[in-house]
Design a protein around this ligand. Structure first.
Ligand code: ATP
Length: 369
């Protein structure tokens, strides 16, 4: 499979100011609203967002099943608008695998190549490469109506990869699988992407799936991309309230900016403590703002100890690997703290106790509303 590894890092797909509107007049829906994004060769790139945010629409435009109302899509720097879907070096794996039930695994994988009129010997060679890539050699001659859901998913992947697309589009390909199989296939997909060097554009509404699999994630809402970054950037440094809320659990605290220097702001919290919070690129705030703090970046401390926030312990929930502490702050908000459990551990704080909350240095982040 080494022959189709392209230079990593080069821009593979670029959307420039892409808008897609369905319908007209008062009923018009902007499924995509001025979306711009560059996706690199060899990247596992995920479009993440709630139902209806425009993920599938963006994939369909890249595949050529539909056309932008405005803006353009470039593939290796060239506008692909004139190319019909079958001439684009792009292939799609859908949520429903759409395999041919009366054909064998091998016939399904070779189908696209047959349609392209490739010589028999080449088809056979590619099919056997693909069978080994998805570890399905032993089931090559089984009909696809006689294999499991996870195996069907592998066949669908092999079939999409067989014509050697430069870009593979995956529209919620794991959503039909049960939890355990889904976890296995996540690892499998990462491996396939790594081994083939093909750019994967993966659509999901599952934040955990996006965090564990992606090189970079674009978080979408209502037809717009709100933030693009590595899983760690998106999780640790959300720039928008929606992103912080959609990904993982988050505490929101109200505060007032008392000073800005570079990428940081001094923020006075409602309780009176002053903390330093990170600033999203390009934001120069003043006055009332919101900061976010992840629950694992705060500690419960004794009421007399130095703390950023104070309140009363309202609830304690044990999760095996960690424990969640719900603190009702003096300011009225509830603050969640997540602490890893150590063997035989326990914090010594009981529900109803007065407690302090100490934020880890550098853990707070100002978000746009
Ligand atoms: P899901 O996760 O539910 O598939 P999505 O993020 O993929 O959602 P899209 O399918 O891209 O969302 O849809 C975005 C918006 O565009 C939605 O409001 C949808 O109703 C609308 N839409 C999509 N296709 C059409 C169409 N052919 N005609 C009219 N409206 C459409």
């Amino acid at each position: 499979t080494g022959s189709y590894i392209l230079a990593a890092g080069q821009t593979a797909i670029e959307a420039k100011g892409v808008t897609k509107q369905f319908g007209a007049g008062p009923d018009a829906v902007k499924a995509l609203d001025n979306v711009s994004v560059s996706i690199r060769q060899n990247e596992f790139f995920t479009l993440l967002g709630p139902s209806g945010c425009g993920k599938t629409t963006l994939l369909r435009l890249i595949a050529g099943f539909d056309f932008p109302t405005d803006g353009e899509i470039l593939l290796y720097g060239e506008n692909i608008a004139p190319l019909p879907p079958y001439k684009r070096p792009v292939n799609t794996v859908f949520q429903s695998y759409a395999l041919f039930p009366h054909m064998t695994v091998a016939q399904n994988i070779g189908f696209g190549l047959e349609m392209l009129g490739k010589p028999r010997a080449e088809i056979d060679k590619r099919v056997s490469q693909m069978l080994s890539l998805v570890r399905m050699e032993e089931l090559a001659n089984r009909r696809t109506s006689q294999i499991s859901g996870g195996q069907q998913q592998r066949v669908a992947l092999a079939r999409a990869l067989a014509p050697q697309p430069k870009v593979l589009l995956l529209d919620e390909p794991l959503s039909a699988l049960d939890y355990k199989l889904r976890k296995d296939m996540q690892i499998e997909l990462k491996r396939l992407q790594h081994e083939t060097g093909i750019t994967f554009i993966f659509v999901t509404h599952d934040q955990e799936e996006a965090l564990t699999m992606s090189d970079r994630i674009a978080v979408m809402s209502k037809g717009k991309i709100l933030q693009i970054g590595s899983p760690r950037e998106i999780y640790d440094r959300p720039s928008v309230r929606f992103v912080a809320n959609f990904i993982g659990e988050t505490n929101f605290l109200k505060g007032n900016v008392t000073g800005v220097s570079g990428h940081h702001a001094e923020v006075r919290l409602a309780d009176g403590a002053t903390i330093t919070a990170g600033l999203p690129e390009g934001l120069n705030p003043s006055g009332a703002i919101t900061v976010v703090v992840r629950p694992e970046h705060a500690d419960l401390v004794a009421p007399g100890a130095p703390a950023d926030l104070r309140g009363r312990l309202e609830n304690v929930v044990y999760f095996g690997t960690d424990t969640h502490y719900y603190v009702k702050l003096d300011g009225g908000e509830t603050f969640i703290i997540r602490q890893q459990n150590s063997h035989g551990g326990g914090t010594g704080h009981a529900v109803g106790d007065a407690v302090g909350v100490a934020l880890e240095p550098n853990s707070a982040q100002v978000v746009r509303d």
